[in-house]
Design a protein around this ligand. Structure first.
Ligand code: BEZ
Length: 391
């Protein structure tokens, strides 16, 4: 009996020693801490949830792991409030000691996150916020984006509006970085194509008292209107635009955030709207079909561009972690692998620019039923100019 116990102890000890010697180092390490800083309240709440869902879907498809390491989540609601950005980011970086920061939706909040990420050299993946500076003047080896710059979809829509022969356009948006840069991107291509932006209307974020601005648009009588709005505010704007009787007289265009994830809330008012974005619901590819099916099955809802960006943020991190076998401390090799990744996205495969922003097709889409249907590829492989990036 005694002999058997000694034998059992020895066998277990040997087995443990064998496992420690043969299991890859990553499998023996602690979980990788992912800090999700996103809006879970306010006008962008649905966007934050969709990004979270997309990220978690890819991790779940990999058995809860990336690069062989289990993933543990730490979550902060940033409320799309730039004034709280530093404090909220520090909750994840300093208090929770996350290995990687993932966030956010609002450009102003993302700028605050970037400041902390640059100071602490924390790996930072942006799954939405388009602030041009993140992959422009503030680009850094540890900052990556799985989404877009504000310039990209806006520039494509400027080109489309000019090609349609519009000459005189009014723009309207919330007064913060995303709105301003989206307007600039549109204007750059539209005026290059022979048009003129005759008035730039803005209101504070996230105000939705649109009526006085709609009255002004009606009095200017432009050929068309270009807007940047997203989330719940976008749905309200489109409904108000139609209710003011403008939909049938002055064509409304937007960066695709106007109609992504918002069509159901808009009802008939959204039907027929043309927008440009790096995703369309009807992209026919094995990857997109599989993604849409898995997302619908898991979350009992249809995915949108935000879900795609969250999914791709996890894919991008996964590509880096796979290359270093889960050793996230091997930063240089991890960053190199992320830079070289070809992300098999539902939007179509993309690579990253030198500034770490996706080089991607921008689609023209038409809202029909509950979908933003693909009309054509407006600009193939559009690379952001990354103005001011020295990397
Ligand atoms: C931004 O603030 O960058 C943003 C917010 C919502 C949708 C797209 C961009």
């Amino acid at each position: 009996m005694k002999q058997r116990t000694v034998f059992k102890t020895l066998t277990l000890g040997l087995a443990a020693a064998f496992c420690a010697a043969t299991l890859p180092a990553a499998a023996q390490q602690a979980k990788i801490k992912v800090g999700l800083m996103l809006p879970y309240s306010g006008t962008y709440a649905a966007l934050g949830h969709a990004i979270t869902n997309g990220f978690k879907l890819h991790v779940a498809e990999n058995g809860g792991k990336l690069g062989g390491r289990e993933i543990e989540y730490f979550v902060v609601d940033d409320e799309s409030d730039p004034a709280k950005a530093t404090e909220n980011t520090n909750k994840l970086v300093k208090r929770d000691q996350v290995d990687v920061l993932v966030g956010t939706v609002h450009s102003g909040v993302a700028m605050g996150m970037a400041k902390v990420a640059r100071e602490t050299k924390t790996l930072f993946i942006v799954p939405n916020a388009g602030a041009d500076e993140l992959t422009g003047a503030l680009c850094a080896p540890n900052i990556f984006r799985s989404s877009f710059t504000n310039w990209q979809p806006a520039y494509a829509m400027g080109k489309v509006a000019a090609e349609k022969g519009h000459k005189k356009v009014v723009t309207m948006t919330w007064k913060y970085a995303a709105g301003a840069q989206s307007t600039e991107g549109f204007k750059e291509a539209f005026e290059k194509g022979g048009g003129k932006v005759v008035k730039e209307l803005t209101l504070p974020f996230p105000n939705v008292e649109f009526q006085p601005y709609l009255t002004e648009i009606a009095s200017i009588k432009p050929d068309a209107v270009y807007v940047f709005f997203a989330g719940a505010g976008a749905a309200k704007f489109v409904k108000d635009y139609a209710a003011a009787g403008l939909k049938n007289s002055i064509p409304l265009y937007g960066a695709g955030f106007l109609t992504d994830g918002t069509l159901e809330a808009m009802g008939d008012s959204g039907q027929g709207l043309l927008t440009t974005l790096h995703y369309a619901d009807g992209i026919e590819s094995k990857k997109n079909n599989a993604f849409r099916l898995a997302y619908a099955k898991t979350y009992k809802m249809q995915p949108d561009v935000y879900a795609v960006q969250g999914y791709d943020a996890a894919q991008l991190l996964g590509a880096g972690l796979a290359a270093v076998k889960g050793d996230i401390a091997n930063k240089d090799a991890l960053i190199k692998a992320m830079e070289a990744a070809k992300v098999d996205s539902p939007r179509g495969a993309f690579t990253l620019s030198k500034a770490h922003n996706p080089i991607q097709d921008i689609y023209l889409r038409k809202a029909e039923g509950g979908q933003n249907k693909l009309v054509n590829v407006s600009i193939k492989g559009l690379d952001d100019p990354a103005r001011g990036c020295k990397m």
